[in-house]
Design a protein around this ligand. Structure first.
Ligand code: MG
Length: 404
């Protein structure tokens, strides 16, 4: 029996928002790594891992499911973003160890490959439609099949200048106001332009970032139907997912949802009632490979696909964990691309390669990548890492916050 002898954490990225777990064992040189990153509460996760470590030190590394269940109930309250991230970091590391012990990549332990590589979608963006068109063309020429199209950042296309916003005289000092109708006008126009200029070759997605009131969200899904999106993402906030029933009754625009989901009760009805088409849970925020493979299997039976969330603040270990599930699952649809710098990639020997719209892993045992702790420590900028990071706040004309 191989025993867990210790749990270490490694905090890195210049701003200290990446956190990795290293599960050590009593076998010489045998350890596993996992992702427990959190852009906003990284130090909280680090402390939570230290708190939970004594529970599993001394246990048999082979009992991945049992350890997952044990941590799940260890603090009585469960299904929260912090606990899930802690569980995921340890869970990925245990799968990594199991693969190393078996001499097999994790996707082999999950049943073996069902595809040769992992399709990824690109993030195209522009402050104007023509800027966006140029960015879409760039990705299309790089080889991407599916391209997310955004007019700037969260809510882009829906903002009014303060001068035109008709806000109250005592308005708060925000320089722009989000307006549902401006968004309902801009986004269909954006896709009309892209289809006219680029035809029907590229597959398009769009992320609403939950900015619309639910009735306007239904309207947008209908307005976008003629442009045949690959999917429309985060049309509704997690608090308003019951509205997906009404979206389904109104139009056939495919729906992708789930990057904020942390509790199975949030996604089970959407899958089993076939109210969405793509599930987008982040592997680390859903609790790791163990629950993700269960979600993928459930999706398979109900004809729903996976599009695990990645994006800007995620890390190469989470990316690779998602890829192993993707490779072994027939429910796989697509995975989101990431944005790592060359110096960040250097920390992870064996990291996935993104080339022409596909992610390629390797056939090394376990997850297939390692972390260079010395380089990770050197990359961390103590000044930046000591700061707190928060989501940007978008507000309506009267100052009310828009949920991101
Ligand atoms: Mg999103």
């Amino acid at each position: 029996m191989t025993k867990i002898t210790g749990i270490e954490t490694i905090r890195t990225r210049a701003n200290g928002t990446w956190l990795f777990v290293k599960v050590l064992t009593d076998q010489p040189g045998l350890y596993g790594i996992g992702s427990a990153s959190d852009h906003y509460r990284c130090k909280v996760i680090e402390t939570a891992i230290e708190t939970i470590a004594p529970l599993i030190i001394g246990r048999d590394v082979s009992r991945i499911e049992d350890i997952w269940q044990s941590i799940y109930t260890s603090g009585y309250w469960r299904n929260d973003a912090t606990l899930n991230t802690v569980q995921a970091g340890i869970d990925m590391a245990l799968w990594d160890i199991k693969g190393k012990e078996a001499g097999m990549p994790v996707y082999q332990l999950l049943g073996g490959k069902t595809r040769s590589a992992v399709a990824a979608y690109a993030h195209a963006q522009g402050d104007s439609i023509t800027e966006l068109e140029d960015d879409v063309r760039r990705y299309w020429e790089e080889g991407y099949t599916v391209i997310r199209c955004q007019l700037g950042n969260y809510g882009g296309g829906g903002f009014l200048d303060r001068a035109n916003a008709r806000g109250p005289k005592n308005h708060w000092p925000q320089d722009k106001a989000f307006d549902d109708d401006a968004y309902l006008q801009a986004i269909p126009e954006m896709f009309a332009h892209l289809r006219e200029k680029l035809g029907w070759g590229p597959k398009f997605t769009h992320d609403v970032h939950e900015h619309l009131a639910p009735h306007n969200a239904v309207q947008l899904a209908k307005l976008l139907e003629p442009y045949r999106l690959y999917f429309l993402e985060d049309l509704l906030s997690p608090e308003q997912v019951q509205w997906y029933r009404l979206v389904r009754q109104q139009c056939a625009t495919p729906q992708a949802m789930g990057e904020l989901f942390i509790n199975p009760h949030e996604y089970l009805p959407l899958i089993t009632e076939r109210l969405i088409d793509f599930v987008r849970i982040r592997i680390s925020k859903g609790g790791g490979i163990t629950p993700a493979r269960k979600v993928a299997t459930l999706c398979e039976w109900f004809g729903v696909q996976t599009a695990w969330q990645e994006g800007g603040d995620n890390d190469p270990v989470n990316q690779m964990a998602a890829m192993h599930v993707d490779l072994a699952s027939t429910a796989f649809g697509i995975q989101e691309e990431n944005h790592f710098t060359p110096e960040e990639y250097e920390l992870f020997p064996g990291h996935a390669i993104l080339d022409g719209g596909y992610l390629y892993g390797n056939d090394q045992p376990g997850l297939g990548l390692d972390i260079d702790v010395a380089k990770a420590n050197a990359l961390l900028d103590p000044d930046k890492a000591s700061k707190s990071y928060f989501m940007a706040e978008d507000r309506r004309r009267d100052g009310a916050i828009v949920r991101p």
